[in-house]
Design a protein around this ligand. Sequence first.
Ligand code: HDE
Length: 698
Amino acid sequence: MSDGAPFNEIRGSGGETHQQCPEKSSQDRDETLTTNQGIAISDNQNSLKSGARGPTLLEDFVLREKIFHFDHERIPERIVHARGSGAHGYFEVTDNLSDVTKADLFQRAGEKTPVFVRFSTVAGGAGSVDTPRDVRGFAVKFYTKEGNWDLVGNNIPVFFIQDAMKFPDLVHAVKMESDRAYPQAGSAHDTFWDWASLMPETTHMLMWAMSDRTIPRSLRTMQGFGIHTFRFVDADGKSTFVKFHWRPKLGIQSTVWEEALKLQAADNDFHRRDLFESIAAGNFPEWELGVQLFDEAFAKSLDYDVLDPTKIIPEEVLPLRKVGRLVLDRNPDNFFAETEQVAYCPANIVPGIDFSNDPLLQGRLFSYLDTQKSRLGTANFHQLPINAPKCPVMNFQRDGQMQMTVPKGRANYEPNSLAAHGEMGGPRECPVTGFRTFEGQAQKQEQGDKLRVRAELFADHFSQARLFWTSQTTSEQAHIASSFVFELSKVGLDQVPPRMVANLRNVDEALAKRVADGLGIDLPKKSQAAREPVDMAPSPALSIQKNMIDTVEGRKIGILIADGTHAKVLKSLVDAIKKAGATPFIVAPKVGKVALSGGEPIKADGQLAGSPSPIFDAVAVLLSEEGCKMLLKEGAAIQWVMDAFGHLKAIGFVETSKPLLDKAGIEPDDGVVSLTNRFIEAAAKRYWDREPNVRMLV
Ligand code: HDE
């Protein structure tokens, strides 16, 4: 049924109920429901029976096919990064990179390459929530003219481990515990901290994980990183090391922990919804791609190893070169076909890009293709529309389950002499344009005996954890210390928190003391560092708060109204919000019809109980004296204002709403403004200074 007309219920002669398409006795073939074999279906309501009350017949191929297909709709979820949200878009080069790479996609400023991006949480299952404390995946598939390049990164520039050998242990430890199957999507439990505290190389990443980086406000306001050192290779075969950085145009924004917790209750799909709605509304999320470029000599000059994925190169030491922008401008047509079936793989690279010897990266090169065969069920998953390159694919690989292509001729081997004798000979390798692994001198030097070891500088586990700590604002440090306390307080194994705090003493004594105090345990003896940490100059680029952009663009502002709210005031606020590039969302105790004073009744966007203030970036309270009086007795309204205040958001109000603010215990500060005033300007910020008045952080 393409016209969406309702079905009529018709009584059959035997009293049986069935439904038919109204009016139409015949219709276009391309509108007709069919089986998978293309057979037109006459009745999609009733199975075939022997008599109206008789048994269903095995003969009913329409029913059997429908149920068979339904039975097999689910596929295995990803072992990690199972919950994700994706979007289509493009990458546009703004600065041609031909001086360092021959990769075709970077050659011409202004040129656009189509992309599909998938963001994900790591630990939770596909049906888990969007806002746990967790690292976020940031995977980009570039459909270049030279084949697919996948930059499969995260929103944190370092990783927990240095060697792929430890990945299954990390994932087993962090995912739900294997006997009890909880927690579903978070690291605050015994096995994760037991393992992490025994693995000092995790310390740098733990600092990031305990910071506000892992509770992003939206997927649109996260940074992304390729993490590993990769190589660019130019047309002459010269190699330059490269690290990739995505920077959100709207700046980084995170939530506060309590807000993230409340968001889980308010909207399990908070990030997915935000991404989808923003794109649908034409507010296209955008990032800038920056690269850090360096050579062997620079790498050797550092106190740490650029092959170690637990290390960054501070931007103040090696600034970013801006090379392009990523814009997401189209939602998937179908979540399963695209977001679920997309298969990223760090081994998908194009000529001009190459790997480094980072032992974590090297292990990843094996894992993704391998897991995708088991997840997608066939070695031919590269033929799915979302995975298929947008350039020709020609080779002699044949057959396999779900083969979608129909190769012609009998040339399925190489070399062959068929072409010379009038038959199709098939494709040939090309030494000029084909991918050649970088063979440089330096690469050759990295050889030696076969050893299960790590390079010497990998042993420094704490210098950069300290660098991260010293680069944060006072408020961010309090968040980190409090997160350690929260997570470790969930650990029931008594040996674990002291072991973790013993490691933290190598990062910063004050941090360790705060965590020990917060947990109410004695300060343990400092753990023995494998290599003594060194002090590094703080890197302001590592702080979220130092780099926030004060703007309401792309944000959502909640407006609480009730019967009696003044129509004119509401309209002027809505207009001002829209003008500033934000989205107004009207909340009322009854959603259907709100009687405004001096205007027509309106329908609200959300009902008060279902639209708590954590889902907004700032709020305004527009109640008449009567409306306010009524809501003074409504816990959800008091909580609405109280949460906005507690989550450090701006609150705009009209004078008649003041009793509600008073009842919610709102104390005046820069972020609490009268609506005649500078509300839009105030809404562009979070009020970190307010925090010590609203919660006890350690
Ligand atoms: Fe992954 N990772 N990973 N990972 N990873 C997967 O591949 C793996 C690592 C990342 O949206 C899996 O198709 C190993 C670092 C993202 O579909 C799997 C190691 C980084 C995604 C896998 C790592 C990532 C994955 C699971 C250590 C940041 C989601 C399903 C050697 C640079 C991609 C799949 C998507 C997914 C293995 C470490 C990012 C099992 C073995 C470091 C964003 O193959």
